[in-house]
Design a protein around this ligand. Sequence first.
Ligand SMILES: NC(=O)c1ccc[n+]([C@@H]2O[C@H](COP(=O)([O-])OP(=O)(O)OC[C@H]3O[C@@H](n4cnc5c(N)ncnc54)[C@H](OP(=O)(O)O)[C@@H]3O)[C@@H](O)[C@H]2O)c1
Length: 295
Amino acid sequence: MVGRALWRAMEAAGFTQIIGRTRAELDLRDAVATDEFLQSEKPDVILIAAAKVGGIEANRTQPADFFFDNLQIQTNLIHGAHTHDAGKLLFLGSACIYPRLAEQPMREDSLFTGPVEPTNDGYAAAKLAGLKMCQAYREQHGCDFITAIPTNLFGQHDHYEPERSHVIPALIAKYHAAKTNGDDSVTNWGTGDPRREFLNVDDAAEACVYLLDNYSNAEPINIAGGTEISIRELNNKIAALTGYTGAVEWDTEKPDGMPRKLLDNSRLTELGWQPKTDFGEKLKLAFVDYCERVA
Ligand SMILES: NC(=O)c1ccc[n+]([C@@H]2O[C@H](COP(=O)([O-])OP(=O)(O)OC[C@H]3O[C@@H](n4cnc5c(N)ncnc54)[C@H](OP(=O)(O)O)[C@@H]3O)[C@@H](O)[C@H]2O)c1
């Protein structure tokens, strides 16, 4: 999802020589193949959009795979960017690398101050290593490698399979199925009160491209400023979007998770970038994308 959005954003920004590979064409865990690719293409700029990404269940049950794959992919690309003299590299973290109990909204300086959420420990450990690796190459070799930390993203080419989907695509699939099956009610876990932040993937990609020209620092930078919304409100919006008219119920015996999860966006705002798109409009487009590609 992010890779395609980055491609669109780079084209919109005037890049004309964009090179990409699918996983079938180049397995980035393969150090030799990755080095050969970088040697032949000699990219000036590298944006790392490839990663093993998944939902809570996949993260909980395959911590070794999340750790190994992501460590390999990012190590091969970060080291390769140095050996093949790329002028700039952008590495992506994620909100789940923040300590579980970090003060809200989460500021970049609260990274590494406490344990992360145990269910995504393997993924977060690899991402935190990538951030440190970018800093180490900057310090020792003067490489202009930066780390951006996007908040929860959604949009075109999201994943709707249960083992890979995040909140918004999972709810779209759930309410669309309820509507199609003519269900009278849909039950959700918890109270619906927790609040979460969501940013459209095209906004995040535009911010990444903005950072290529406007950010050169060892410290990571959040990409946020999305819409903060309660899970209840989000359910209602998505139910309406899919045309589902049954009841939306809450099993309050089930856990809620963190009451609020939000990234502090001040570093990026001070740099001069803010998201421009409307959440409701982008949610509609996400549903259209689901209907066209998946439903
Ligand atoms: N989505 C979000 O809400 C979000 C939020 C913050 C940060 N991010 C970050 O953004 C990045 C991309 O996430 P995404 O949501 O775009 O995930 P995605 O849609 O799953 O994209 C990841 C891509 O990496 C590819 N890939 C996985 N292993 C590979 C390998 N060994 N070699 C080559 N390619 C490989 C995947 O290919 P296959 O599909 O074939 O597996 C997929 O095309 C990740 O670093 C993630 O942490 C995402």
